[in-house]
Write a protein that binds this ligand. Structure first.
Ligand SMILES: Nc1ncnc2c1ncn2[C@@H]1O[C@H](COP(=O)(O)OP(=O)(O)OP(=O)(O)O)[C@@H](O)[C@H]1O
Ligand SMILES: [Mg+2]
Length: 269
């Protein structure tokens, strides 16, 4: 049984043209332990797909059809209470901008613990702190005690992104959705975050849906890749196969757009 099955997903926002589908017939599945890359140009439906999977796109905002099975739970049939139970425990989402995702007036530690307040109410204060520190260390924040006490503005971009990942893994989710989380970071920090995600995947079997514009990063990280264009999947396969034999002209175009220096680096690996 797959961890995630998306079948013929279609989404049209209320108030948009009747034939304008933000997502237009998307189907794919993920097994436990997969790292799946979702790439494609801006406005192509990647984030909307991720929002549907994580139950963040209510029917009041958009017409949705098709179905999404996460660990055998039909997401579109869930009540709000059921969605609140799933999001933040079975599935967590990290978005691009840690500065806007963290609340500036609370210390990092409290915000890393937040998922525990909602999903593991039985833990006492000390247990929550211990879990937060553990998640921060797993996310590569060596000096977790110190970071725990800091405010968001006191951390660098890379550390904030690690803290976001700590907040996302504190409940040990089955699926982590990462939406453009390395885009705003410089190349060195990007590489560290990729290594961290690979580590979480290998050591803990965490499944990751990784959304990115950056094919170089996707190539390093993802076992499988989906290329989307205008709400549809135009290519889907093992990452190595897609890079070696891109079938769609759009994918070839994307691969050709990777700077040649990076291509050489990859070929030398
Ligand atoms: N709240 C909204 N109301 C109306 N249309 C929306 C809304 N959110 C997204 N869309 C539309 O849905 C389509 C897909 O957007 P989406 O955010 O999924 O793109 P994306 O692939 O994530 O792009 P990017 O790479 O820029 O993040 C776009 O045409 C966008 O304009
Ligand atoms: Mg997006």
């Amino acid at each position: 049984m797959s961890l995630l099955e998306v079948n013929d997903l279609r989404v049209r926002f209320h108030g948009t043209a009747p034939d304008h589908y933000a997502v237009n017939g998307v189907s794919f599945s993920m097994e436990q332990g997969d790292i799946l890359g979702l790439v494609g140009e801006s406005g192509t439906g990647k984030t909307v797909t991720a929002m549907c999977i994580s139950g963040l796109l209510p029917r009041e905002k958009a017409y949705r059809s098709g179905n999404i099975l996460l660990d055998q739970t039909e997401i579109f049939d869930c009540t709000e209470a059921e969605l609140n139970r799933i999001l933040g425990s079975d599935i967590t989402v990290v978005f691009q901008e840690p500065m806007t995702s963290f609340n500036p007036v609370y210390r990092i530690g409290r915000q890393v613990e937040e998922g525990l307040y909602v999903h593991e109410k039985g833990l006492d204060r000390a247990q929550k702190k211990a879990r937060a520190l553990e998640a921060m260390r797993r996310a590569g924040l060596a000096d977790a005690e110190e970071v725990y006490r800091k405010y968001p503005h006191e951390l660098s971009g890379g550390m904030l992104q690690r803290a976001m990942i700590a907040a996302a893994i504190v409940t040990n989710p089955k699926l982590l959705i990462a939406d453009e989380i390395t885009t705003a970071l410089d190349v060195t920090i990007q590489a560290q975050i990729i290594d961290l995600l690979l580590d979480l995947n290998r050591k803990e079997g965490m499944s990751i849906l990784f959304i990115s514009h950056d094919l170089r990063v996707v190539r390093r990280l993802c076992s499988h890749v989906i290329v989307m264009q205008k709400g549809r999947i135009v290519e889907h396969g093992r990452t190595d196969d897609v890079f070696a034999h891109p079938e769609h002209s759009y994918t070839r175009h994307l691969i050709e757009a990777i700077p040649s220096r990076d291509k050489r680096v990859n070929e030398d690996e």
